[in-house]
Design a protein around this ligand. Structure first.
Ligand code: DAH
Length: 339
C-alpha cells in the first residue's frame, strides 16, 4: 500500500499539463469517483489496524497534494490564456465618428423652433395630393400654368392625383378640419417638374405658415416675419416687403432680408442689391377662407411660405442645390458641429 502511495505521488509530481483539458483528465484520474484516491480509500479497509493511522495520513496528504496542484495549475493556465488578450492600455483609443444631422433637417428644426416659441403648432399633410388641395381650394384659376404637366408631376388624371407642388396644400387641410384661431406651420417635401441644376431640383422642402383669427392684419404678418428674420439671421437683420402676386393671398408680398454677407452694402451674394429674397406671403384671400368653410366676414389671416434649401443656402453659403440631395459624406460631415 505504502509502495502504491509512493508511486502515485511520483506520478502526480511529474505531471505536466499541456492544456486545461489535460488538467481535467489528471483530476478525474486521481480525484474522480473511480480514481486512484477512491481506490486507495477502498483498499484502506484491509489495512491492519496498527497501520491505519499513518497510512490514512499518507493517503490524505496525497489527496491534498493533488488537489492543490490542480488548483494552482488551473490558475496559471487560465491566467496565461487571458493575458494574451489583455489589451495594451497605452495604445491610443479608436475614435468613433459622430454622425450629423442633414443640413436641411438642421435648418428645418431651427425654423420650427423659432415659430413654436410664438405659439405656432406643427401640421402635416400628404405628399400625394388631389387638385382641390393643391390648386382649386387655393384659388388657382383653371388655366393657371402650374396645373400644366410641365410644372407638376401627375400620377393620374381625371380625377387628378398629383405630387404637391407646395406645402400651401396643408393650409387647406388645416382650415377644413379646424376652427380658428389657427396658428400653424407645415414643413414638408414638395415636387416640381424641373430639370435638375445647381439652382433647381425636382424635390425640395418648404415650410408654410398660417395664422387665422379675428382682426389679423398685415402689420401682424410683418411683425411675425421680422421676428423670424432676426431670430434666424441675427438681430441686426432688416426686412423689406415687395408687392407680389399669389392666387391664394391678397395682397401678396415677397420678403427680402438685408444681405448677411455685406450687411446691405452690396456683394456678389446679393448681386449688389444689398437684399436677399427669402419668402412669399400675404393676407389669405377671402375666397380661400370660404372654400375651406371659414367665414371671411368673421375672420382674416395671413400666410407665408419659404424654401428650406434657400434658407440653408444663405446660412451655409452652399450654392449648389444638388449637394443637399447627393448625401456625399464629405459634404454632410461638415455639419456635425451643428445641432
Ligand atoms: N406656395 C408658394 C410657393 O410655393 C409660397 C407661398 C407664397 C406660400 C405666399 C404662402 C404665401 O403661404 O402666402 O411658391
Amino acid at each position: 500500500m505504502r509502495e502504491r502511495i509512493k508511486q502515485l505521488k511520483d506520478i502526480a509530481e511529474k505531471f505536466k499539463p499541456e492544456n486545461l483539458a489535460s488538467i481535467e483528465d489528471f483530476r478525474i484520474s486521481f480525484l474522480g469517483k473511480k480514481g486512484h484516491i477512491a481506490a486507495l480509500f477502498s483498499d484502506f479497509k484491509s489495512v491492519p489496524p496498527d497501520q491505519k493511522k499513518s497510512i490514512g495520513l499518507e493517503i490524505n496528504e496525497l489527496k491534498n497534494y493533488v488537489a492543490d496542484k490542480i488548483n494552482s495549475l488551473k490558475d496559471t493556465f487560465s491566467q496565461s490564456k487571458t493575458s494574451e488578450f489583455i489589451p495594451d492600455l497605452t495604445v491610443p483609443g479608436k475614435s468613433f465618428v459622430a454622425g450629423s444631422r442633414h443640413p436641411i433637417s438642421i435648418v428645418r428644426n431651427q425654423i420650427i423652433d423659432i415659430f413654436s416659441r410664438i405659439g405656432y403648432n406643427i401640421s402635416t399633410g400628404p405628399e400625394i395630393e388631389d387638385d382641390w388641395h393643391v390648386f382649386s381650394a387655393l384659388n388657382f384659376p383653371p388655366e393657371h400654368p402650374a396645373r400644366d404637366m410641365q410644372d407638376t408631376f401627375f400620377i393620374e388624371r381625371d380625377p387628378d392625383v398629383l405630387l404637391r407642388t407646395h406645402t400651401s396644400s396643408v393650409q387647406v387641410r388645416v382650415m377644413t378640419n379646424n376652427e380658428p384661431p389657427i396658428r400653424t406651420i407645415s414643413p414638408g417635401r414638395v415636387f416640381r417638374n424641373e430639370a435638375i441644376s445647381a439652382r433647381a431640383h425636382c424635390i425640395f422642402h418648404q415650410i408654410e405658415g398660417l395664422y387665422i383669427n379675428t382682426d389679423v392684419s398685415f402689420a401682424d404678418l410683418k411683425q411675425n416675419l421680422m421676428y423670424f428674420a432676426k431670430e434666424m439671421f441675427g438681430s441686426e437683420t432688416r426686412i423689406r416687403l415687395r408687392p407680389s402676386f399669389f392666387p391664394f393671398t391678397e395682397p401678396s408680398a415677397e420678403m427680402d432680408i438685408s444681405c448677411k454677407i455685406c450687411g446691405g452694402k452690396g456683394c456678389n451674394v446679393c448681386k449688389y442689391t444689398g437684399w436677399l429674397e427669402i419668402l412669399g406671403c400675404g393676407m389669405v384671400d377671402p375666397n380661400v377662407l370660404s372654400y375651406s368653410g371659414i367665414s371671411p366676414e368673421k375672420y382674416t389671416g395671413f400666410a407665408f411660405g419659404m424654401g428650406i434649401e434657400r434658407i440653408a443656402m444663405l446660412k451655409y453659403q452652399v450654392k449648389d442645390l444638388r449637394l443637399y440631395f447627393e448625401n456625399d459624406v464629405r459634404f454632410l460631415e461638415q455639419f456635425s458641429a451643428a445641432f
